[in-house]
Design a protein around this ligand. Structure first.
Ligand code: NAD
Length: 278
């Protein structure tokens, strides 16, 4: 018996990283799973995004847990495609009980030289994509009289950071969105919360583009070279938390134990949050 037997969990950005970890965590608790991912590049992003093969691998891993899994190549910037996939999930799996608005990208540039396209692509994915997810799942949850939504913010949703005007704006925005949606949806049995991770061991951080950016333009660097910089962002003596650490917070927010938790943001940031107010 799992905590979520008979439930359905919907996860954006499910091809790999935290999305894959969430999919497996919910499957192990008995839920059927629906995942989507862009599985294609975005021009302003300097590292490879998830692929069709990654998406298929998450599906295989979920099915290995004896759970049903639907997957689709969907860009969360495209509301029509996302809404249509959520509709198919409800028709085929019976409901959408949990939704993780997890898909996101990273890019870096100072404000004075950031290409407007980089800003637009960031806001479209990390902010509007989260709204699209809430907008697509909430009518079904309202009809069911039950739902749990968890959006992924970041430790950078609580502070400023060099080269991150767009990312910080999007992740601060997610926290405001979650608080406001929680008020709208409270009468209908739907709780809306956020998680704010620190550095997580996923391809968003473990990539040559980020290593080189941290160590200075034109340099080649390895993970070992950037570990001290990553560690300096955390308070606990760990440079990277694991995707499963974020999944554990997400599972809690979707559990019966969190039935009166809504509009909240849980920091899983190895203590980075100690250094920011509120
Ligand atoms: P990741 O790059 O491994 O996974 C993100 C997934 O989202 C990828 O598979 C990618 O293809 C997908 N994606 C990107 N844009 C999309 C779009 N428009 N539509 C659909 N899918 C899209 O990174 P991750 O660490 O697993 O990131 C998950 C979330 O956690 C993101 O919102 C990210 O901003 C956030 N986050 C990450 C870290 C970190 O250190 N890794 C820290 C704080 C917050």
């Amino acid at each position: 018996m799992g905590r979520f037997d008979g439930r359905v969990a919907f996860i954006t950005g499910g091809a790999r990283g935290q999305g894959r970890s969430h999919a497996l965590a919910f499957a192990r608790e008995g839920a059927d799973i629906a995942i989507c991912d862009i599985a294609a590049p975005i021009a302003s992003v300097g590292y490879p995004l998830g692929t069709i093969d990654d998406l298929a691998e998450t599906q295989r891993l979920v099915e290995q847990e004896d759970r049903r899994c639907m997957s689709a190549q969907v860009d969360t910037r495209d509301f029509g495609a996302l809404d249509a996939f959520v509709g198919r999930v409800v028709a085929d799996l019976g409901s959408v009980d949990f939704a993780m608005a997890n898909a996101g990208i990273s890019s870096m540039a100072p404000v004075d030289t950031m290409a407007p396209e980089m800003w637009d692509e960031m806001i479209a994915t990390n902010l509007t994509g989260v709204f699209h997810t809430l907008r697509a799942v909430s009518p079904h949850m309202k009809r069911q009289g039950f739902g749990r939504i968890v959006a992924t913010s970041s430790m950078l949703g609580r502070q400023g950071c060099a080269n991150q005007v767009h990312y910080c704006a999007s992740k601060w925005g997610v926290i405001g969105m979650v608080k406001s949606a929680a008020i709208d949806l409270a009468p209908f049995g739907i709780n809306v919360n956020a998680v704010a991770p620190g550095n997580v061991r996923t391809p968003m951080v473990i990539n040559d583009h980020l290593f080189s950016f941290f160590s200075g333009e034109g340099t080649t660097a390895t993970l070992d070279d950037v570990l001290p910089a990553l560690q300096s962002l955390h308070v606990l003596p760990v440079a990277l938390v694991e995707p499963e650490d974020i999944s554990n917070a997400v599972l809690f927010l979707c559990s019966e134990e969190a039935r009166f938790v809504t509009g909240a943001t849980i920091d899983v940031a190895a203590g980075n949050n100690c250094r920011v107010t509120a």
